[in-house]
Design a binder for this molecule. Structure first.
Ligand SMILES: Nc1ncnc2c1ncn2[C@@H]1O[C@H](COP(=O)(O)OP(=O)(O)OP(=O)(O)O)[C@@H](O)[C@H]1O
Length: 253
């Protein structure tokens, strides 16, 4: 179980002239994520979703508030110590490593070089070929392949809490459903508390609970049905007052 108590995240406001010298990115977030449940964090661009995910992982340090994981306060813990406690994080933009193969990355994540076990993890993310193990994790991989690799290294550790930031970035439409299934299977098999930051309908439909963020605050928690009116409200453009017309702005709305 993960408890967030009155979490704030503020940064220096570089644009401030006479205004406040700080920008509040997360504004008094309190929420409890139950063990083994699937949570979808969503909301408009720039509302603070990634900031919240990073604050849970310790990449951002909360300016105020407490984070309690399985009864232990982790607010001041480093990223590494949080990882040791069983928290894993999949980045929105995955890293590539020159000179490192998929086998190396998986072996580090899984803590074993047993080929059978590594192949089992590979199969879970939809790579069936043994050849794939010795592919370098470098710029020759496609965006979708690198995303799958990141997913594989996250599940290899069977974390107690898995946080995925926009896991569908670069993934084709046909791979999203299997990805959702895989995440759900991890939850069933290992009771992994799962947080997915996403705008994607497939993840939002699969989640047990949605957490809707608006301007750094929780605007809604609950099921998708209840979120729908708010989601359509939030999709309304915030810049209509300034807008000079759709063609000018290349607006897709
Ligand atoms: N370290 C930081 N310093 C200054 N501003 C920041 C910092 N981190 C985040 N922000 C700002 O906070 C706001 C929220 O960012 P965040 O990445 O959390 O949004 P998001 O909801 O994940 O957006 P998206 O859907 O576009 O990925 C943005 O305006 C961003 O520029």
């Amino acid at each position: 179980m993960l408890e967030l108590k009155e979490i704030y995240f503020t940064v220096p406001d570089k644009e401030a002239e006479n205004g406040p010298a700080e920008k509040t990115i997360l504004n008094n977030i309190s929420f409890t994520f139950e063990k083994g449940k699937f949570y979808g964090i969503t909301g408009p661009n720039g509302c603070g979703k990634t900031s919240l995910a990073k604050t849970i992982m310790g990449i951002n340090k909360a300016t105020h508030g407490k984070i309690i994981y399985n009864g232990k306060e982790i607010t001041e813990m480093s990223i590494t110590d949080r990882a040791r406690e069983g928290i894993a994080y999949g980045f929105q933009h995955s890293a590539r490593f020159k000179g490192v193969t998929f086998r190396d990355l998986l072996a580090i994540a899984a803590g074993t070089d047993d080929e059978g076990k590594l192949m089992d993890i590979l199969a879970r993310v939809g790579f069936c070929s043994l050849d794939f193990l010795d592919k370098p994790v470098d710029s020759t991989l496609s965006g979708g392949e690198i995303k799958k690799i990141e997913l594989a290294t996250t599940i290899a550790r069977h974390p107690g809490l898995a946080i995925y930031d926009e896991p569908d970035t670069g993934i084709d439409l046909w791979t999203i459903e299997p990805m959702v299934k895989l995440i759900k299977r991890q939850i069933t098999d290992y009771e992994t508390t799962t947080i997915v930051v996403s705008h994607n309908k497939a993840f939002l439909e699969a989640a047990d609970c949605l957490v809707l963020i608006k301007e750094g605050q929780i605007a809604y928690t609950g099921d998708l049905e209840g979120a729908k009116p708010l989601l359509s409200d939030l999709s309304v453009c915030r810049y209509t007052d300034l807008c000079e017309g759709e063609i000018d702005a290349q607006c897709y709305r």
